[in-house]
Every structure is written in C-alpha cells, then in structure tokens.
Design a protein around this ligand. Structure first.
Ligand SMILES: Cc1cc2nc3c(=O)[nH]c(=O)nc-3n(C[C@H](O)[C@H](O)[C@H](O)COP(=O)(O)OP(=O)(O)OC[C@H]3O[C@@H](n4cnc5c(N)ncnc54)[C@H](O)[C@@H]3O)c2cc1C
Length: 510
C-alpha cells in the first residue's frame, strides 16, 4: 500500500536554484494541496553570478507560462546563439559553439562529414559558413527561429544572457503569486528524526521552527542539509577540472550587442564576457595552484573593454558533485548538489535537470529507496556528461605555454571521454550518451574548433560526386549568407520585439 502524500515541502535557499524549484513546484503540484515554503537569508545572500544559459531554459519558462518579453524586460536579458571560444586550440584561434547544427544532412549523413570530405578534396570553406547561428552571431544579428522546417533560419535554438539576481526575483514574484510562502531568516539548527534519520525541522535564528515532509536543499555551496545535516559526501573532481576560483566584475556596455557569450583562454584559466542589456558581466575562472589571486585579478582587469562598475569580487569553489544528491528526505539542487565551472553555462541547466527528475520521481512519505537510487543515478550521469564535455576544451588543445596547459597534456582522462575521443579520431563518429546534455553538433563544434581533426569520415559521405557535392555546399553557404543578410541587428531586434528593459533608453546604433 502506498504511503500518504507529501503535504509540506520546505525549500532551503532563495538563489536561482531555490526560486526555480519553488516556481516549478508551485506550477506542477498545483491542485495537490501541498504547501511549499521557501526560507532565505538576506544576511547570507546568494552567489550572485550565473548570467549565461542554455536553450533548454526556454522550455522551463514555457511550462510555467512565462511570456518571453516580460522575462527579458525584467531581467535585462539579451539573446544568445552560442559561445565564442578564443585562444583554446592555439593562441589566436577562435570558433563559436553554436546552438544549432551545421548545414542540413545530405542523404541522411550529417553535413560535417561531407565538409570533411570536401576539405580532403582541397575545399577551403569554413564549417562555420554552413551554420546560420554562427554567421548571425559573427555579425551581431538575431531573429527567432523560423517555424518552417525547410528554411535554414529554422536550424538553430537560442538561450538568454540575463541578470541572475533579477531572474531569481522574477521567479520569486511568480512563485509567491502561485502560493509559495517565503520566510526570511537564517537557519541555525536542523533536527533529525532519531528513527528514520530524516530531517524533521529547521530552526531559524529568531527561534521559529519549520517542519516538512520533504526538504529541497538549495542553500548553495555549503549544502546546509545534504552535507551539514546528512553528510552525503562530495566527489571532488579537481584532478580533472582544477579551476577553483573566480573573480567577477561588471563593466559598462561597449561596442555592438553580441548575441553570444565569449570565453577566452588564459594562462591559468579563462575569462568570460557576457553582454546584457544594461551592462556586461566579466569574470576570470582560474586555478589557484597556477596563479595568485592578485595576478588573476590583474589579468582580468587588464583585459576588460570598458570601465568597471564595481570592485572585482572573489569566489571559491571545488569542482565535483554530492555523492548522494537525494538522501533520506532531502534533495540537493543547484550548488548544494555540485558545481562544474561555468565554461559552457551548464549550472542553471543542471538545476533544471534536478527539478525535472524530482518531479518525475516525486515521492510520497514512504520515500521508496528505488526512486532515490534512480534519482541519484540520473543526476550523476547528468553531471558526468557535463564534466567530460568541459574537460574536452582543456585537452583538445595544442597549447603548452603555461603550467596549466602542460598539466592537461599529462592528464589521465575519464574512460567515458577517452572512448569518445578515440571514436572521433578515426571516422568522426560522435558516440551518443544516455542523458547527454550536449548533442553531437556540440561535440563536433569543440573538437573541430580546437583542431582535433579526425583521420576519416563516414564512408556514406562518398555517395555524391565531387562536383555535385561542391555545388550543394556552395548553395548552402549562399543560403546561410542570404538569410543572415535579412536578419536584424540584435539590439534593434530586442527593442522592436518589446523585450527591451534599459536598452529602450539607449540610442540605436547609427
Ligand atoms: C564564478 C561563477 C560563474 C557562474 N556562471 C554561470 C553561468 O554563466 N551560467 C550558469 O548557468 N551558472 C553559472 N554559475 C552557477 C550559478 O551561479 C548557480 O548555479 C546559481 O546561481 C544557483 O545558485 P544556488 O541557488 O544553488 O546558490 P546561491 O545563489 O548561493 O543561493 C543559496 C541560498 O541559500 C540561502 N542560505 C544559505 N544558507 C542559509 C541559511 N543558513 N539560512 C537561510 N538561508 C540560507 C542563501 O541566503 C541563498 O538564498 C556560476 C557560478 C560561479 C561560481
């Protein structure tokens, strides 16, 4: 017989993870008479970074019924077509990892195989020229994807670059309007049930006690319940991804509004640049064993392209994940569950995964052990897949100009990544992953973008004659170029689609 329903859920923490969870539970548990309470402490605050997202966030917002223009105005958001990587394969290299595929498949074979064949025949076109989102991003243009599937303008997705604190505030309004109760206060104690080992209640500094059937730990790096109370344990992945600090600073807007995030490799890490409507987010993620905090800050400041709007702020982290994301009656989501550096803007997506899996396996008060095992299995895979993809950026490189890059050259890779690279090197095959966030085109973008050239390609790409293939390729390039010429300037498009917050006050480019 099933146990009684969960009646009270307590979310600990009001950062992006806490308010995304609160908004989703308010929406998806509607009608089940489940009371959702969120506790946050303004004294502790939030991590306050997390500006670049992935296209999947649109599905999350859509299921909540959020209007895109409202969201963009409220969060000073811009559109994002991908990430530009500079100096990763070699100093001077640049490529864009787009949210979309390269060209249409020919005879059922992904287009990049045909491009590899063309290249072997002496063709010098860039693979990028077959990608609408790359060419549009390079020219700072944006439009929504076309609905008609036969048009090149339908072959991409997009995400947002937004102010994370404003996004959390936006979702707070949504969640509170949909019945979530917010409590302000600092949790100072946690009571466990002696028999079950479940968290029974948390106590705030002013003495208030909050009990619940299910707790969602969104308390950030500290993992107040999952680690502090339940000692889940942490798998430290620093031996693979050793960057452990960041320094972040906002600058004034400068130059054209790019519909993409930039990640520039440095000697001991990399620097991000994320253009929003009202400012640009910048930061330097680095490994403290290869550079001092002062030098890392200096490197960041020297490479800014506009005046700083605040003092640089330091953050520390350890890459890895909780051994059990879900233990007893506590589910850890967000930084409380783990952290992988923001090179591919994956953290908010992993929050979304945590919420989706929790809803799929939403428990009753019996807390079935097999549901917990399955949740932890799935979340572990989500994190491992992202880890491998991030690590690819550091190991598919010819750089050896600093201690960090030499460190990566000597690294023993996780088997899952080693196998993936081996399969690529012979016939350009991308082994698909179960629960893989990044689909083959993303792997292709990074592997080719960082000069990991395969020795062969899919033999089926020989189905077309040389001249016919060259003509087909030329037609695709022309189609992309013409479509981009007809695509509006990114900033103008935001203004015209009524999604402008402070951008509405800035004069359009002459
Ligand atoms: C340098 C850096 C750059 C990043 N860039 C990106 C990016 O571009 N894209 C992306 O997707 N992600 C990015 N992230 C990750 C992103 O910032 C986080 O995933 C996201 O902000 C979620 O954080 P959180 O809500 O889990 O934790 P936090 O923001 O830390 O929130 C924790 C909450 O718990 C509360 N709390 C803690 N202890 C207590 C207590 N005792 N009592 C009461 N309340 C308590 C706090 O008050 C706060 O409300 C980045 C992270 C870092 C470190």
């Amino acid at each position: 017989m099933r146990e009684p329903m969960i009646r009270r859920v307590c979310i600990v923490g009001g950062g992006t993870a806490g308010w995304m969870t609160a908004a989703a539970l308010a929406n998806k548990l509607n009608g089940l008479s489940i009371a959702v309470t969120l506790i946050e402490s303004s004294e502790i605050g939030t991590v306050g970074v997390g500006e670049a997202t992935l296209p999947h966030i649109r599905a999350f917002n859509k299921t909540l019924g959020i209007d895109e223009r409202d969201l963009m105005r409220a969060t000073e958001a811009t559109f994002k077509l991908g990430i530009e990587f500079r100096d990763w394969g070699k100093i001077g290299d640049r490529y864009i990892h787009p949210f979309g595929d390269y060209g249409p498949a020919v005879n059922g074979v992904p287009f990049y195989h045909h491009w590899l064949r063309l290249k072997s025949l002496g063709d010098t076109s860039r693979l990028d020229d077959y990608s609408f989102p790359i060419v549009a991003a390079e020219q700072n243009r944006f439009r929504h994807p076309a609905a008609e599937h036969d048009r090149i303008e339908s072959t991409f997705g997009y995400a947002y670059q937004f102010d994370a604190s404003l996004y959390a505030a936006f979702l707070r309004r949504y969640a509170e309007a949909n019945g979530v109760t917010r409590l302000e206060g600092k949790i100072v104690d946690t009571a466990l049930d002696g028999e079950s080992g479940h968290v029974r209640s948390v106590t705030l500094a002013d003495g208030r006690e909050v009990s619940a059937d299910l707790f969602v730990d969104c308390s950030g790096f500290r993992g107040l319940l999952i680690e502090g109370a339940l000692a889940s344990g942490y798998d430290d992945w620093s031996h693979w991804l050793p960057c452990n600090r960041a320094v972040a600073v906002p600058t004034a807007s400068a130059g054209p509004l790019g519909p993409y995030t930039r990640a520039t490799a440095r000697t001991a890490g990399w620097q991000w640049r994320i253009p929003l409507q009202h400012r640009v987010g910048n930061g330097h993620v680095y490994c403290s064993s290869f550079i001092s905090d002062d030098d890392a800050t200096r490197q960041l400041v020297e490479n800014l392209d506009a005046p700083m709007q605040a003092e640089p702020r330091q953050l520390r982290f350890t890459t890895g994940r909780r051994r059990d994301f879900w233990k007893a009656n506590v589910v850890a989501i967000g930084l409380a569950g783990g952290f992988l550096e923001p090179l591919e803007s994956t953290s908010i997506h992993l929050i979304q995964d945590g919420i989706t899996e929790l809803l799929a396996l939403f428990p009753d008060r019996g807390f079935d052990a097999s549901d917990i095992v399955e949740y932890n299995r799935r979340m572990s895979l989500h994190y491992e897949r992202v880890r491998d993809f991030l690590l690819l950026h550091y190991v598919a490189t010819q750089r050896d100009d600093s201690e960090m890059w030499r460190h990566f050259r000597a690294l023993t890779l996780p088997d899952s990544l080693r196998e993936k690279i081996e399969a690529w090197q012979t016939r350009a095959y991308v082994v698909p992953y179960e629960f893989g966030l990044f689909l083959p085109p993303s792997w292709v973008a990074v592997m080719l973008g960082q000069n990991l050239m395969p020795t062969g390609y899919d033999p089926r790409a020989r189905s077309m004659g040389d001249n016919a293939l060259a003509a087909r390729a030329s037609a695709i390039r022309q189609e992309v170029a013409a479509a981009v010429r007809g695509t509006p300037d990114h900033a103008d498009y935001i203004r015209r689609s009524a999604a402008a917050g402070s951008l509405a006050q800035r004069a359009p480019a002459a």
